[in-house]
Design a protein around this ligand. Structure first.
Ligand SMILES: Nc1ncnc2c1ncn2[C@@H]1O[C@H](COP(=O)(O)OP(=O)(O)O)[C@@H](O)[C@H]1O
Ligand SMILES: [Mg+2]
Length: 247
């Protein structure tokens, strides 16, 4: 991270307990104001729990402690819709598009009062969303649904995007398309990205945060991490030389 620039997000000593389980145990990291910070770690280490805590979507009954700040603003006590209005964009792991509605209806539902929706920008990034406006979202391919989930968030102005495993379960060609789109998006807004595909990580990541069993195991320059084959193998369970899918 550039030492002279303030982080866009600061997470400090974040702890989450759900159903008696201490899932996050004092997680601290920062998100740089430019580029893509990847949040890495094996399945079940707490990546999604971290993003959900940041946006205020911890399951009911869950207990969240610590501090999350976006600039001067403290996020943890604010309801999710306020955070979204403040410019926190969230693309969840399961995409959550409304299957029974059309593409255009899904986009319309994401419009925020008082903000002119940036349809030009979204359709320039995803021409297919414009062409398929009248198609039901449930009949889109997985890749198209992911584009819709990302495009929906980009209708609004964002200070930071949180994106959870956008390439999961997609065909290699579509993985490449999603990576290209995220690369373009990251030119104008910083991204905190959860991503298991190391080829995508290698292509996009500027900074990296690695979680292990609910704690931060490593933070720093993403390229440095990827050069440490033994480290990535122990932390992620994969060798950084093996691009499972080519992006
Ligand atoms: N709603 C929940 N209730 C109980 N346990 C949960 C809940 N959500 C997540 N967990 C547990 O918390 C741990 C971290 O989950 P998660 O954040 O989804 O991991 P990741 O995204 O890194 O794969 C896992 O062991 C998971 O089973
Ligand atoms: Mg997850």
């Amino acid at each position: 991270m550039n030492a002279s620039s303030e982080p866009v997000l600061s997470v400090e000593d974040l702890s989450v307990r759900i159903a008696g389980l201490h899932i996050l145990q004092g997680v601290s990291f920062e998100v740089a104001p430019t580029g893509v910070t990847v949040l890495l770690g094996r399945n079940g280490v707490g990546k999604t729990t971290t993003l959900r805590a940041i946006v205020g979507l911890t399951p009911r009954g869950g207990e969240v402690r610590g501090s999350v700040r976006m600039g001067a603003r403290s996020l943890l006590a604010r309801p999710t819709h306020r955070l979204v209005r403040d410019g926190l964009g969230y693309v969840p792991e399961d995409r959550c598009v409304f299957a029974a509605l059309t593409v255009a209806e899904n986009l319309r539902l994401a419009e925020r009062r008082g903000v002119t929706p940036a349809y030009d920008k979204v359709f320039a990034l995803f021409p297919e969303l414009e062409r398929r406006g009248r198609q039901r979202a449930g009949s889109l391919s997985g890749g198209q649904q992911q584009m819709l989930a990302i495009g929906r968030v980009l209708l609004n102005d964002n200070r930071l995007l949180l994106v959870d495993e956008p390439t999961k379960g997609l065909a290699p060609k579509v993985v490449t398309e999603v990576a290209e789109v995220l690369e373009r998006v990251a030119e104008s807004v910083p991204v905190l990205l959860v991503e298991q595909n190391l080829a995508v990580v290698r292509r996009l990541a500027t900074d990296a945060v690695v979680l292990s069993a609910g704690q931060v195991a490593w933070t720093g320059d993403a390229r440095e991490l990827l050069l440490e084959t033994a480290l990535t193998k122990s932390l992620l369970g994969v060798g950084s030389g093996s691009g499972e899918v080519h992006a």
